[in-house]
Design a binder for this molecule. Structure first.
Ligand SMILES: [Fe+2]
Length: 251
């Protein structure tokens, strides 16, 4: 099976359309949440997300933007984006977002794999360090977990008792690029495909991954997209300017 793995679209229509057009053939789409929040195209993005073939786990912004949970821990910019998204989502789309599943969710037709938003332990945890990854590996024995939430492409491998961080290596800042990571049978993996719509790893290009379960390879992608169109939409919607600026810096 070939799985397209996407996460943290954050209402960025231009990034999502570009990523889907660039994605190779696949059997399922694994969507790791934060479909909405921050960007200016929540209804358009939900329309596309509904039609993708595969599981979707909810993210913290999906919860906040659909009236589930509160915005405790959100900064003023995120809070403003949540209010705007709550007002902008159609009632039908808000209801669809509210019904997204709590992770972990199993990867279809693959034994030993799961999808989460934050971590296998808590959907709102951030896996931002080897120490956090080690705790997750200790408390959850699943061999392969796809996670999002950090907006940082890469992940962690546990092998022989040690955790190693993985970051794809690219050679340009503007071209479409890929980076392959073969999976070893004696390793356990926490893998983040990157953020489609608001990367925070210093690379503005939309990030996603393809998991080939027969070849046992995860291929990471970065694709340039019309970022200025997404920025213009944010400014036209009178969302905070910072949300437009950060799309270009990837921070
Ligand atoms: Fe997110």
């Amino acid at each position: 099976m070939r799985y397209l793995v996407i996460s943290d679209i954050h209402s960025n229509l231009e990034a999502l359309q570009t990523a889907l057009a660039a994605a190779p053939e696949h059997d399922f789409v694994l969507n790791l949440g934060d479909v909405v929040g921050y960007g200016a195209s929540p209804n358009e993005v939900v329309k596309i997300a509904k039609e993708l073939n595969g599981p979707i786990v909810r993210g913290n912004h999906d919860k906040a933007c659909s009236g589930l949970g509160d915005t405790f821990g959100f900064n003023a910019v995120a809070d403003r984006a949540v209010s705007w998204t709550v007002e902008t989502l159609t009632p039908e789309n808000r209801d669809w977002v509210r019904r997204l599943e709590h992770g972990p969710v199993n990867i279809p037709q693959f034994a030993g794999g799961q999808c989460v938003h934050g971590s296998p332990i808590d959907e709102d945890d951030y896996l931002l360090s080897s120490a956090a990854a080690f705790e997750a590996f200790r408390d959850d024995k699943t061999q392969l977990t796809f996670y999002g939430h950090t907006h940082v492409q890469g992940g962690y491998v546990l092998r022989n008792g040690y955790v190693e961080q993985v970051r794809p290596k690219y050679t340009t800042a503007t071209n479409e690029e890929t980076w392959e990571m073969p999976l070893q049978d004696d390793g356990r993996y926490l893998i983040n495909p990157g953020s489609i719509g608001q990367p925070r790893d210093g690379d503005w290009r939309a990030g996603f991954a393809l998991f080939d379960s027969e070849a046992k390879v995860v291929k990471f992608y970065r694709v340039p997209y019309p970022v200025e169109v997404a920025q213009h939409r944010i400014l036209a919607a009178e969302l905070p300017e910072y949300l437009a600026v950060r799309l270009r810096t990837g921070r």
